[in-house]
Design a protein around this ligand. Structure first.
Ligand SMILES: NC(=O)c1ccc[n+]([C@@H]2O[C@H](COP(=O)([O-])OP(=O)(O)OC[C@H]3O[C@@H](n4cnc5c(N)ncnc54)[C@H](O)[C@@H]3O)[C@@H](O)[C@H]2O)c1
Length: 367
């Protein structure tokens, strides 16, 4: 995919930034669910922002900030030095972002999430960017016995394509860490909350959608499995906190980003209470669980003690905020495939918009 600079201002805008203490940040995947929130938080906090994104969901998630950012429409698998040069930090979020899309196209997943991450980091290091954060996933804990709260030291050995790709990328980033390059790995819990690039395929957001659309909440299986969760704005802030943390404290380190671990049944009851406060009565229904259901808990303690950042936004807070935004901003076409990554990916593939790269190109991509 060719580079296409969309900004009128380009690097000029980046230079203006915050004046004397300019901080320039490139967000890969900045048009996505987490990225669209992060970009606004960075702008609000005075950073100059460049976005690199294939724009699988179009420009709409960034519509109201397009004149304040530099936008490069491009594929991380083709990343060029000039796309990254000139920033002080990279937040790398681009790629396939859940199990179903990775299983649907394991080759694209490997090219983007494993090799693509490695390539973005190598280019960043080569062009002199010192700070780098990576949106990995707590799904790397998948397969460990339940009943324990896992730390970053846990002996992970996940089996799915998505988690395997994340783990490969994590290992390459740690190898690249040195005095000139400080990559930080953030193992993000399952995210909830409103984003201008809304997803209804994440458990809390699905509860809200089901309640608003059909007055019911579906609990998969017996509801006893446990999952770590975190608000989208807190994930975004965790990346910013790691970009700002002393390099010696975070270089090559891995941090979980978790607000709380929830049993799914408890989560559904909490969501039902929050929805009732917003005038949505719901029936709780148990339905058969899909074949692969993750069940694990993990801890945010290291992020709190080393970086000083603890996610604060709870599920009820996020639900109230989400409902007001969904109602007032036209996110109620709940069946639109654009709100579900796997359904959107299937459509993009049909249109040939998620091309797999020839093997030779992948090899070259490793530099
Ligand atoms: N949302 C979650 O619950 C969650 C949890 C843990 C980890 N993560 C990780 O966080 C990151 C962001 O997740 P999200 O929920 O915002 O996902 P998302 O799918 O909404 O956003 C991903 C963005 O990356 C872009 N993109 C995809 N492939 C690309 C490529 N090859 N080149 C350039 N751009 C590309 C897409 O256009 C999209 O804008 C992902 O890496 C995901 O694996 C997400």
């Amino acid at each position: 995919m060719a580079k296409q600079s969309d900004s009128q201002h380009g690097s000029e805008l980046v230079e203006k930034g915050r004046g004397a203490s300019v901080k320039r940040v490139l967000v890969t995947g900045g048009g996505g669910y987490i990225g669209a929130v992060l970009v606004r938080q960075l702008l609000d906090q005075g950073y100059a922002v460049r976005v690199l994104d294939a724009l699988y969901w179009g420009k709409k998630p960034l519509a109201d900030v397009l004149d304040r950012i530099e936008l490069i429409q491009g594929d991380i698998r083709d990343v060029e030095d000039s796309w990254i040069a000139g920033v002080d930090g990279v937040v790398h979020l681009a790629g396939l972002s859940n199990d179903p899309t990775a299983e649907y196209d394991p080759q694209a997943n490997w090219e983007m999430n494993a090799l693509g991450t490695e390539r973005v980091a190598m280019v960043a290091k080569r062009v002199g960017v010192r700070r780098f954060t990576f949106g990995s996933s707590c799904s790397v804990y998948d397969g460990l016995p339940n009943g324990q709260v896992y730390t970053e030291e846990a002996p992970v050995n996940p089996k799915g394509a998505y988690a395997e790709g994340k783990l490969y990328a994590e290992a390459r980033l740690r190898e690249l860490a040195d005095d000139n390059f400080s990559p930080v790995i953030l193992r993000q819990a399952t995210v909830y909350g409103f984003s201008p690039r809304m997803r209804y395929d994440l458990v809390v957001n699905t509860f809200v959608k089901d309640a608003m659309q059909a007055g019911k909440l579906q609990i998969h299986g017996d509801g006893l499995i446990r999952r770590p969760l975190v608000d989208v704005a807190d994930v975004a802030q965790a990346h910013i906190a790691c970009l700002e943390a002393p390099e010696d404290a975070v270089r090559g380190e891995t941090f979980n980003v978790v607000q709380k671990n929830y049993q799914v049944k408890e989560l559904a009851q909490l969501a039902a209470g929050a929805l009732k406060t917003e005038s949505y009565e719901v029936d709780l229904r148990f339905v058969p669980a899909p074949p692969r259901v993750r069940d694990y808990e993990c801890s945010n303690d290291k992020l709190t003690s080393v970086v000083g950042y603890t996610p604060q936004r709870t599920v009820p807070m996020a639900i109230a905020y989400m409902i007001s935004w969904i109602r007032s901003n036209g996110y109620m076409a709940f069946d639109n495939p654009r709100f579900y990554n796997i359904r959107w990916m299937e459509l993009l593939k049909e249109q040939g918009r998620v091309p797999a790269m020839p093997a030779q190109t992948v090899a070259q991509a490793r530099l």
